[in-house]
Design a protein around this ligand. Structure first.
Ligand SMILES: *[C@@H]1O[C@H](CO)[C@@H](O)[C@H](O)[C@H]1NC(C)=O
Length: 257
């Protein structure tokens, strides 16, 4: 009897502690099943993964403009495991198409298209994700998710397997206020989600990945507070895809940039 009670109490204690100690992932997320998020792209330079991205049709991946500094040369599609890349079938060379007025993350417009050198082979492992069709605002507190191969803790390293975490949308005014406390003015055309009021969010290496709400890619991972992923500190900031639809559609239509 005593034994069982002890065991129960110990388990209970571990479960409580575990809220913080266990499962530190994308930041407090989990592995993505092989048959989900088939639009995820690993944006790479010759040295390996530098950013996340997402496939929007057979020719283009969306990522963050600030990833251009890392000289992306290819994207990998069709695997959640970055140690299982078949260069012949999964790797695509890319040309970068940065949003024309992008200067730096502080000024916003942190979005870039990557034109694939050949058509993506769609199938059971590769499928594009839909973009929002109009400038519909994502409702506050909507349940959304972000995925990536980024660090699982501040100053960590790129992970082998794709991770995902649920993040709540943060009201834009609340977000601006929270960042305002440290004297930072956020740029226009952003969405805030996670990182604040939750211990979940993105981390370095997740840049360029999608914020997915109701099956649509509504945001692009842009920046967090001083590369500190010990949440909650400040809301995570995403580029609002719906504000760039005209530009995206133009490039998709001319199939070039
Ligand atoms: C696949 O391509 C990457 C990037 O170009 C390169 O670093 C890697 O060595 C290649 N792998 C194989 C097995 O050829």
């Amino acid at each position: 009897m005593m034994h069982a009670l002890h065991r129960f109490l110990l388990l209970h204690l571990l479960t409580c502690l575990g809220l913080y100690a266990l499962g530190s992932e994308i930041i407090n997320g989990q592995n993505v099943p092989e048959n989900l998020m088939l639009y995820m792209a690993s944006v790479q330079n010759n040295g390996g993964h530098v950013c996340g991205g997402f496939l929007i049709n057979e020719h283009f991946v969306v990522t963050a403009a600030h990833c251009e500094r890392r000289n992306p040369t290819s994207v990998v599609l069709g695997t959640h495991n970055l140690q299982k890349v078949d260069n012949n079938t999964m790797r695509y060379r890319v040309k970068t198409c940065k949003f024309p007025s992008y200067e730096n993350v502080n000024k916003g417009d942190d979005i870039m298209l990557l034109k694939l050198s050949r058509k993506a082979r769609l199938g059971k492992k590769v499928q594009p994700i839909q973009l929002p069709n109009t400038e519909v605002k994502v409702k506050d507190k909507s349940k959304c998710r972000v995925a990536g191969w980024g660090f699982t803790k501040t100053g960590g390293e790129i992970v082998k397997d794709l991770r995902v975490v649920d993040v709540p949308i943060v009201n834009l005014e609340d977000c601006k206020n929270k960042w305002g406390h440290i004297g930072k003015n956020l740029p226009a055309n952003i969405i805030c989600a996670g990182g604040s009021g939750t211990n979940k969010g993105f981390c370095q290496g997740d840049s360029g990945g999608p914020l997915v709400c109701n099956g649509k890619a509504v945001g692009v991972v842009s920046f967090n507070y001083r590369a500190n992923c010990d949440y909650p500190n400040k809301p995570n900031v995403y580029t609002d895809v719906s504000k760039y639809l005209t530009w995206i559609k133009k490039i998709l239509k001319q199939n070039n940039c």
